[in-house]
Design a protein around this ligand. Structure first.
Ligand code: SF4
Length: 793
């Protein structure tokens, strides 16, 4: 339980576990493979409880005691594992499991296990206060390595324990009073949080007001604002002010680290230099880890072993004295204190006012930080979702697991060769493999590589339980054999089966399909709104922000924002309309079947317009195939062609930007809509003079997308829009957004394709792209329009 203090009645409620954590800060006796530690602990409890039942002992005994403490009173509760009544005494037992061999445990004393010792002493105290007499404490410590049991007597003195409890509780009261003072400090600090710039940008104040309004009315907000409005500051400043005024904390969830840098820069600008608050930037464990071998098992990582035994309070305090705690700070302080940087960052994060981290920490069921953001505490947090248009596809990915026959074959081979493979693993893999293969055998026709299947959820429910047991046994066996418990084909495959079983039992909108090319059974998340909506609903308020969050209704629906508690706000571009020429070329068909025929015409438009003025241009296509097709018609291009590779390294982007900055010749980038050159690169300082958007990057026609279409047809009568049109147009607008990055940028956007002349598509273009009517953009001679635009400047 968490410590609860009621100021009106001056009562403190806490569990024995809370007291133990306060007595031994950062003392958490770890068992290495933490994902199974609880399971192994439960198994040991079950076994010993079973024996206790045979011997008529009391198990899981609840105790509670009330204690006066000046103006306060404290109620302490706990649950004792076992009480054994003997003729002349009462033995109180506490069962623990540890990843240490029996030999080590034999030498252990109560003082080598201080957390366990103190926990038991507190139980003894509570029992004696409830009238028990002649109590004897005994730690029953089970070795995970060999199953042996050590019984360690625990001494106890009523008066000493009372004094210990009293001093801890006085500390709790003191901290509570300090935290009340801190609330006052935070409230006064709120008044000093301003905008980062002396003058707010155009629409920035309105955007900030919409954030403030959403928070004050305790609503969620879908905020759509293009580049230039200064979204980060418009969200950050009012959200931080509101959080400080109302004793809330902020989690800024972002899909890309480049956006996190913008948050850091903005925070530096808006925080008064003397502000005593901290913002912590989380980084993935494997990126922070200093070890060559990334494995957090106690026997493989000394930091993992020693973390529990060391108080990192000083290191945490050192970090929390900084306003911005960046990953490099965590790495440095961890190195100075010889400790695990990830654990240190989590420890510091639990006291930080503001946390910045990937979406996964909030939304991914496999990596969400429940320790940092426990569902019941999220009401104390404001969640900001940056570049929120990316969350929908990420969220679908979280809930779309798959299992493949090939992986199961490889896992079976690995199990056959392993001397620690648990009993039953081969038959389990065989059963699942047979089940999946049989499903695949129902292929309706040779031409269909993918087809919809029905799965027997009861089968996966039963398999899920067995997989968990086997996976746990396998990890334990590897631990006992001193092997790494992480990645290997068997562990990976069992984990995939376990995930599949868990996910297939979820409530929600899912379909299942079989891919016979890869012999793979996949769960397709059609709509993550139920799962994501639950998370969104657990926060005080959620502010979702992006340049392309329209139609709002679409994002509200697919992300599960509650309609009656969600406000939407949109803002136009703040830049001068005259700096940008937007033209629709309607007389070229870019649909799939016409592409070969019209490719020379498209290439001609790119060539003709790029030569009007030497410069840097980018053409964004719906697919690599289309890009390559057009490239074949641009072999005589007058300048330098930069063609996006399917696997793009960071160094490729750096090189491309260098070439663009040099401006030695006319450069034309050929890239795909939705790719990193269309969404991940900031072409600042007028790096681009013009953008061609060739066709609409609609998601490809596939069984999966057709399933989405059918689902959204049934749910909202908007299948094509939700499955194809909105995601496609979002890519178009994101690509177009690369052109104007600041008030001084100038250039053109040319939309090529008949679709742009139809209301279904062009009604989704931003309203600030034209003055009165979309017809203003439709041109019969795009080259002439562009020439006139350049001449007019
Ligand atoms: S130092 Fe690395 S391997 Fe060790 S516990 Fe930390 S993250 Fe895990």
């Amino acid at each position: 339980m968490t410590i609860r203090i009621d100021d009106s009645t001056r009562t403190i409620q806490m569990g024995v576990g809370d007291l133990v954590r306060l007595i031994n800060p950062s003392e958490t006796f770890r068992t290495g493979s933490s994902q199974f530690a609880a399971h192994w602990g439960q198994q040991a409890h079950k076994r010993l409880y079973g024996e206790a039942a045979l011997n008529k002992r009391s198990t899981e005994v609840h105790v509670s005691h009330s204690l006066a403490l000046g103006e306060y009173s404290a109620v302490i509760t706990g649950r004792i594992d076992l009480i054994v009544e003997a003729a002349d005494k009462t033995i109180v037992q506490e069962i623990k499991t540890v990843a240490a061999p029996g030999q080590t445990l034999e030498a252990a004393t109560e003082d080598s296990l201080p957390s366990f010792r103190d926990q038991l002493r507190l139980y003894l105290y509570l029992l004696e206060c409830s009238g028990y007499k002649n109590l004897h404490g005994e730690l029953v410590v089970v070795s995970l390595m060999d199953g042996s049991i050590a019984r360690i007597p625990v001494t106890y003195d009523l008066g000493a324990v009372y004094l210990l409890i009293r001093s801890v509780l006085l500390g709790v009261v003191r901290e509570h009073e300090q935290s009340t003072a801190r609330k006052d400090y935070r409230r006064s600090l709120a008044k000093r949080i301003g905008f980062p710039h002396e003058e707010a940008r155009r629409y920035q104040e309105e955007a900030a007001a919409s954030v403030r309004n959403a928070l004050e009315t305790r609503n969620n907000l879908l905020l759509s604002a293009p580049t230039g409005v200064g979204k980060t500051a418009a969200v950050l400043a009012p959200a931080l002010r509101f959080a400080l005024e109302n004793d809330l904390r902020i989690f800024w969830a972002s899909g890309k680290s480049s956006h996190q840098e913008i948050v850091a820069t903005t925070l530096r600008l808006i925080l008064p230099p003397d502000a005593q608050i901290s913002a912590l930037f989380l980084m993935a464990k494997e990126k922070l880890c200093p070890n060559e071998l990334f494995s957090c098992e106690e026997h493989l990582c000394r930091y993992s072993q020693e973390y529990s035994a060391r108080s990192n309070q000083a290191a945490v305090k050192a970090l929390l004295q900084q306003q911005l705690i960046l990953p490099e700070d965590v790495i440095r302080v961890a190195r100075e204190n010889d400790t695990c940087p990830f654990e240190l960052s989590l420890q510091a994060a639990s006291n930080a006012d503001f946390i910045v981290g990937d979406y996964n920490y909030v939304f991914d069921p496999k990596s969400s930080l429940r320790r940092l953001l426990p569902p019941k505490n999220r009401r104390g947090w404001i969640l900001i979702i940056d570049e929120a248009h990316n969350l929908y596809s990420r969220a679908r990915g979280y809930f779309s697991p798959s299992i493949s026959v090939e992986d199961m074959q490889e896992a079976s081979r690995a199990a056959g060769e392993s001397h620690v493979a648990p009993d039953g693993v081969l038959s389990l893999l065989d059963e699942v493999k047979t089940y999946v293969s049989e499903i695949g055998g129902a292929r309706p026709s040779e031409r269909q590589n993918q087809f919809i299947v029905e799965i027997d959820k009861n089968f996966f429910r039963a398999i899920g339980g067995r997989t968990k047991e086997i996976l746990s046994d396998y990890f334990l066996a590897r631990l006992r054999a001193g092997m790494e418990t992480g990645e290997d084909p068997l562990a990976r495959c069992l984990t995939d089966i376990d995930t599949f079983c868990t996910m297939s039992a979820l409530e929600g909108d899912f379909a299942f399909l079989f891919d016979s090319t890869a012999a793979l059974l996949k769960q397709v998340c059609l709509d993550p709104s139920l799962q994501i909506g639950k998370i969104i609903n657990s926060f005080f308020s959620v502010i979702a922000v992006s340049a392309t969050l329209e139609p709002h209704r679409f994002f509200q629906d697919v992300l599960g924002f509650p309609a009656d508690e969600t406000i939407a706000a949109s803002f136009p571009s703040p830049f001068h309309r005259e700096n940008r020429k937007i033209v629709i070329v309607p007389n070229v068909s870019t649909t799939y079947r016409d592409r070969t025929r019209t490719a020379p015409g498209v290439a001609h438009i790119l060539q003709e317009i790029s030569v009007i003025k030497p410069g840097n241009y980018a053409a964004f296509f719906p697919s690599y195939a289309y890009l390559r097709l057009i490239a074949t018609h641009l072999q005589d291009f007058c300048g330098n062609l930069v063609i996006q590779k399917e696997t793009l390294q960071k160094s490729d982007i750096v090189e491309m930007v260098r070439v663009l900055r040099e401006r030695r010749s006319t450069n034309l980038i050929l890239a795909v809509q939705g790719g990193s050159l269309a969404e991940g690169v900031d072409y600042s300082d007028n790096l681009l003079d013009g953008i061609f958007i060739v066709g609409v990057g609609l998601p490809e026609l596939s069984l999966e997308n057709e399933l989405l279409k059918a689902h959204f047809d049934e749910k909202y009568s908007a299948g094509f829009q939700y499955a194809y049109l909105y995601p496609g147009m979002m890519r178009v607008i994101q690509s177009a957004g690369r052109l104007i990055r600041s008030a001084d940028d100038i250039g053109f956007i040319i939309l090529i394709g008949r679709r742009y002349a139809t209301p279904a598509y062009n009604s989704l273009l931003p309203r600030d792209w034209y003055r009165y009517s979309i017809e203003e953009l439709i041109a019969s001679d795009a080259a002439a329009e562009v020439r006139a635009f350049w001449d007019s400047l």
